[in-house]
Design a protein around this ligand. Structure first.
Ligand SMILES: O=P(O)(O)OC[C@@H](O)[C@H]1O[C@@H](OP(=O)(O)O)[C@@H](O)[C@@H](O)[C@@H]1O
Ligand SMILES: [Mg+2]
Ligand SMILES: [Zn+2]
Length: 183
């Protein structure tokens, strides 16, 4: 099974330091919807693992979060693809939950759902916590330059992190094997 796991904010959709609080604020990054659809049509299962502390902070509710993900599924379906399991952590930084990245709990949930070993599975993120979550379960950390990616790249990256301009470039690598940026 070809599984790819994506972070959401800053990878699929634009991110904001003010959080993404509504469907209207949930704006796809150019090329990301098409990338997910192309991967899906090429036989990849595309899952999502996203921190959503805005729930715990009271910035938006679960119905709004679900509406964002329904919009994601709708847009990808319009391009002929589909989105797999979407897992989110609704907790705040102080909740000491097992699911908030950089902890790998959401990645493990996805692995259990698909009964797959996470070793070598690409996890694409824009934040250091995404990369650390990948490393914690021997997945392949992949950084994109969208969202907080540029800031993340200015610091130390886990060894072996692959770096791409954006999700469209990741899809091109996985589907057409074009070369990644130097990490
Ligand atoms: O990138 P993913 O995991 O999909 O989602 C990140 C969001 O939940 C928010 O995470 C927050 O971090 P804190 O949760 O406040 O530390 C901030 O970085 C926000 O800018 C960001 O929108
Ligand atoms: Mg992110
Ligand atoms: Zn959590």
């Amino acid at each position: 099974m070809k599984l790819l796991i994506l972070d959401r904010d800053g990878v699929i959709n634009q991110d904001s330091d003010a959080y993404i609080k509504s469907v209207e604020e949930w704006v796809p990054i150019p090329g990301s919807i098409e990338a997910i659809a192309q991967l899906s049509k090429a036989g990849w299962t595309v899952a999502v693992a996203t921190n959503q502390s805005g729930i715990a902070r009271g910035y938006y509710d679960l119905a709004t979060l679900d509406a964002m993900h329904a919009r994601l599924r709708e847009l990808v379906a319009e391009e002929g693809g589909e989105v797999g399991l979407v897992v989110y952590c609704p907790h705040g930084p102080d909740a000491s939950c097992d699911c908030r990245k950089p902890k790998p709990g959401m990645l493990k949930t996805i692995a259990r759902h698909y009964a797959i070993d996470l070793r070598g599975v690409w996890f694409v993120g824009d934040s250091k916590g995404d990369l650390e979550a990948a490393v914690a379960v021997d997945s392949q950390p992949v950084l994109v330059m969208t969202g907080k990616g540029q800031k993340t790249r200015s610091g130390a990256l886990p060894a072996g992190t692959l770096v791409f301009d954006d999700l469209a470039a990741v899809a091109a690598e996985l589907i057409h094997n074009s070369a990644p940026l130097n990490g």
